[in-house]
Structures are given as C-alpha cells and as structure tokens.
Design a protein around this ligand. Structure first.
Ligand code: FEO
Length: 172
C-alpha cells in the first residue's frame, strides 16, 4: 500500500512524464516542418518513450492500492530559434527529470517504501542513459555550428542514435 506522500509524489512524476512526451512531440513537429526528418523521427521516438515512462508509473500506482491521477498538462514550447536551442532545451529538461526522480527516490526512503524504491531504480538507470544521449547530441550540434552540410549529415546520423537508444531501452 502506498502512503499518501509517495502516492502524491508518484502522481507528480506521472504529470512530468506526460509533459515530457508533449514537449518532445512539439519538438518533433518543429523539426518535421523544418525538413529535418531524422531529427523529427528521433523526437517522435523520444515522445513515445516518455509516454511509456508515464504508463509504467500509472500501472505501478494503481497496482499498489493508489489511484493514478491523469491531469491537465502545461502547453509545451512549439517553436525554437535554432536546432541548437531545441537540443539545449532537451538536455535541460532531462536534467530536470533526473532531479525529480532523485527527489522521488529520497521520498521513498523517507517513507520506508522499499517496493517503490526498487521500482524507481529503473528510472534512475534510464535517466543516466537519457542524459548521456542528450549530451552526445549537444556536443555534436556544437561542433556543427551553422554549417548546413554538417546539419544534413547529423540529420541522417541521428536515426542510428534512435535505434541504439530504443534497443537499449528495457521497455521494448
Ligand atoms: Fe522520462 Fe526523459 O524522462
């Protein structure tokens, strides 16, 4: 049985994962209309992953005697000044999500909820990977700068990154 404190914290995380999915969906749309198909596909896949993260939490809360709350979401940014800015936002968002997961782990220990603590370890590992992918992309974007040819190659190569990331993901 979940305590009220952990149920509230898990429900907050459900909202964060749902908002993450919307944020990346908006990024996918922006990249698609800008003609970068590889980047768009990467972002669509990221968006799907975030929905899976949300669903995993929803089912866990309901299975443990809580009630998963499906709430209204904040509207995401839909336009960006550059691809660099968009990927900076992605990285910053993943750092924020990692912090939120850390806070959740902290609460699970305070509540002596070892089942939730164990469950959350999957998210701890996932955040390491998500941050690493975002950092790798940002490094590449910084190397490319404003070079159009570099962006073209990046758009082609990022699709391989999607495959690696998806196959390393335990949800598939
Ligand atoms: Fe579910 Fe990218 O955090």
């Amino acid at each position: 049985m979940l305590s009220k404190a952990i149920e509230t914290a898990l429900n907050n995380q459900i909202k964060i994962e749902a908002e993450s999915s919307q944020i990346y969906l908006a990024m996918a749309c922006w990249a698609e209309v800008k003609g970068l198909e590889g980047v768009a596909n990467f972002m669509y896949a990221q968006s799907d992953e975030e929905r899976e993260h949300m669903l995993k939490l929803v089912k866990f809360v309901n299975e443990r005697g809580g009630h998963a709350k499906i709430s209204e979401l904040s509207a995401p940014n839909v336009t960006f000044t550059s691809f660099k800015e968009m990927f900076e936002k992605l990285f910053e968002h993943e750092v924020f999500v990692s912090q939120s997961i850390n806070d959740l782990v902290h609460i699970s220990l305070e509540e002596r909820d070892y089942a939730s603590h164990n469950f959350l370890q999957w998210y701890v590992a996932e955040q390491i990977e998500e941050e690493a992918v975002a950092r790798t992309i940002l490094d590449k974007i910084n190397l490319i700068g404003d070079d159009k040819g570099g962006l073209y190659l990046f758009d082609r190569d990022i699709e391989n990154l999607t495959v690696t990331s998806a196959s390393a993901d335990g949800l598939q």
